[in-house]
Design a protein around this ligand. Structure first.
Ligand code: GDP
Length: 287
């Protein structure tokens, strides 16, 4: 089974992006979750924004494996018309790096006469509101709609000649790569009614066994790691998810593990490497 997820606003967001392209767009910021940069990236965005220069912001870097964040930054920075920077909510002045990177991507824009028009996108829960609040601070003004632009777009003036356009929601065609569905669900990007927590927890265990087995062992005091099911059961035992008679409530164990991962209690973890993501894409293309 894979995960089927169609967030709301899918069509209206796509339309808003097309309207923005028509009205004028210089740089697209895509906020990614640094723990799953490939899976949290929208495969339709480049086409919708007709190949405009892209800034990939690897957000929540505090929760991600620094070595993997470096690998993903290299991966994105090697792509044409693309820059990538890491970020987290603890950053005091995120505007500086972000504005600088955008200006470098569109060097001919950014004054009073030719403002730099930047669109910011990201899947739910990636930290977009947090970042915008930090960016806006006290300096910037939020303004209303522009003629001809769908109402859902918000224009934020970050500084003279720098306009940030925010569109709520994020269209996703369909999560074609099963592994991406699991990673998105584990990260908290997908509403909990849209997936089976136990299934996602078992996939998370398989991934952790592959990349970070010692974290599982330390966190749950496990001398050895058995099958994925056995590990989940052992987590349940440690977390008091046993019912009278001895059986473990596996959904409670799953909730405990997913909560620990989302909260960073398992340490800084990245679920996928650029090579793995490329292999999953290849498999999909060949299937
Ligand atoms: P949005 O749905 O993209 O607008 O996401 P929010 O800004 O509401 O953030 C979702 C959750 O992620 C909130 O609990 C934030 O506190 C948390 N969050 C946002 N940015 C970061 C970050 O850089 N690091 C960590 N650890 N948490 C973050």
């Amino acid at each position: 089974m894979s995960i089927h997820w169609f967030p709301g606003h899918m069509h209206s967001t796509a339309r808003a992006i097309k309207d923005r392209v028509k009205a004028g767009l210089d740089v697209v910021i895509e906020l990614l979750d640094a723990r799953l940069p490939g899976s949290s990236s929208n495969p339709m965005l480049a086409a919708l924004t007709t190949g405009r220069p892209a800034l990939k912001v690897l957000n929540k870097q505090d929760l991600a494996d620094p070595a993997q964040t470096a690998a993903w930054l290299d991966f994105y920075n090697a792509q044409p018309h693309t820059r990538a920077i890491p970020l987290d909510a603890g950053e005091k002045a995120p505007a500086r790096a972000l504005i600088k990177a955008c200006r470098e991507l569109a060097p001919l824009r950014g004054d009073m006469h030719k403002p730099l028009r930047v669109l910011i996108c990201g899947i739910p829960n990636v930290g977009k509101s947090t970042l915008i609040n930090t960016l806006v601070g006290k300096r910037a003004a939020k303004t209303g709609d522009e003629p001809g632009i769908t109402k859902i777009e918000q224009k934020i003036v970050l500084e003279n000649g720098f306009y940030l356009f925010d569109t709520p929601g994020m269209m996703w065609p369909r999560i074609a790569i099963a592994q991406s569905g699991y990673h998105l669900a584990a990260s908290g990007a997908i509403g909990r009614n849209a997936f089976d927590e136990e299934e996602v927890a078992l996939e998370l265990i398989a991934t952790l066994k592959r990349h970070y087995p010692e974290r599982l062992q330390q966190r749950y005091d496990l001398a050895e790691l058995g099958t994925d099911e056995a590990v989940l059961e052992a987590i349940g035992v440690k977390r008091g998810a046993k019912i009278r008679g001895g059986a473990v409530q596996m959904h409670k164990a799953a909730e405990a593990l997913l909560g620990d991962f989302r909260g960073g209690q398992l340490g800084a973890i990245t679920l996928e490497t650029p090579d793995e993501m490329a292999a999953w894409r290849r498999e999909l293309a060949e299937a």
